[in-house]
Write a protein that binds this ligand. Sequence first.
Ligand SMILES: Cc1cc2nc3c(=O)[nH]c(=O)nc-3n(C[C@H](O)[C@H](O)[C@H](O)COP(=O)(O)OP(=O)(O)OC[C@H]3O[C@@H](n4cnc5c(N)ncnc54)[C@H](O)[C@@H]3O)c2cc1C
Length: 487
Amino acid sequence: MKRRSLFKVAPILMAAGGLPTLARAQATSSQNEWDVVVVGAGFAGLCAALEAAEKGAKVVLIEKMNRPDGTTIYSSGWIACVGSKFQKDHPDSKEAFFNDMMKLSGYRSDPECIKVYAEEAGDGVDWLASHGTPFYLWENLPAPELSRCLISPGDGITGGSQLVRCVLKALEKKGVPIHYNTKAIELITDDLLNVKGVVCLTKDKRVEYLAKGGVILTTGGYAANQAMVTQFIGPWASRLVLRGSPWITGENITMTQKVMAKLVNLDQFYAGPMTPTGKANPSPLMHAGYGIQVNSQGKRFVEETWLQVPKAKAIAERTPDNISYMLIGQDADKNSNILTNTLTRFRRLGYEVPSGNTIEEVAKKAGVPVNNLLATVKEFNAAVKKGKCKELVPPYSYDEPHALETGPYYMIPAAGGIASTFGGPKINGKAEVVNTENRTIPGLYAAGAAAGGVWYQDDIGGNQLGGCMVFGRVAGRNAALRAKEQN
Ligand SMILES: Cc1cc2nc3c(=O)[nH]c(=O)nc-3n(C[C@H](O)[C@H](O)[C@H](O)COP(=O)(O)OP(=O)(O)OC[C@H]3O[C@@H](n4cnc5c(N)ncnc54)[C@H](O)[C@@H]3O)c2cc1C
């Protein structure tokens, strides 16, 4: 079609269905057939593809970026489980693990999914180890983490990147193709809304990937989609700093609406403190038992002993600018040199922390009203000396509080950050997506942050990557089985 005649046709095409129709008319298209199509090469997608291939399926993994570029590569690489070979000297029970995960979610996680998680996570870690993933166990952490958290140490890379690397190697060995720069845009269904495949766009082509056994959605959540964060979580949440990947933009929601998937827990997300530019994580220092947390007016507004999730949410909710500071003195180094280590890490990341030999000096450097900060410190130090910290508003609940009397002082900036979202199309214990009547949508599976119903409110450190592994494998296994049944 000539350019002039195309523009003549354009208004008619737009009236019939909008610009996508026009784009479709211009692009060449093709079709290919697989047993299982996995969409999104994060940890969930990688595990799903490997498991499906090991179960004999012809699998393809589709990724919209030019490498695995989701939140997994930003993560620390913790995986929570019980019963792995690394935990032989730490007796624990799947039942206790299940109970702790349910409790942490306020009993809002789907017990069917959490039961599957408790049952399968240990085996999943052993499976990853059998593919060459190195792990070590964090032993005897405070409850509910106990000796349940394994970490895959990255050698100069994040733990999450290390996990990705290991599974990529296993996929390569197995000969599973990964189609990069290929973005899934729409599910292909029959008239009964059974899922038959997925439409993808490459730079210059529209490709239909047909899937005999099923499509597994592992596109992550919507933490980087400001419109969705504002709509589902609330306008205040749009101030949260993004801690993970900027490409995680909610295709788990947009693609599943067509098949009337049941979307659940959309207001739920995982949070943590971050510097306002998103460069460095101040969290360990904020839980070291030293210092006070103040807003940009120099006043305390949150309990310092709160864990990182409620604390990060409180910073964004209770301050107009999503900014707070951890005011801390040099004596914090008595706790494992934590101050020096944090300052070194921040410098390496290009972040200079405001400091001063006196409270006045550090307040000026940070741009916080000097008199307010002096008054806050005076009140705090007096309460420490009288043993009345728990009567402060808000209470200061450390059992052994330390007065702020040892300079130099530092004000470490901490904004509330969003790490990942928990909402999405509801899955059952087989990782099948269900519709608004709780019936499974044949041919559609989801896992990892793309799936809804598994996590709510908070989790044990390592539950999310653990969920990617467990439900990725469950989805891969069931889609491979379904492909066989369709033959
Ligand atoms: C700083 C930080 C630390 C963390 N540490 C931990 C930890 O130690 N332990 C833990 O359990 N959790 C941790 N988390 C949370 C955890 O990282 C995530 O929950 C998890 O990585 C999600 O993995 P995923 O595979 O579901 O999605 P992702 O890793 O986000 O991958 C999704 C992939 O899908 C691709 N994609 C998206 N849309 C499309 C499309 N339309 N077509 C094709 N491809 C698409 C994306 O490009 C991406 O590669 C952490 C998070 C952060 C931010």
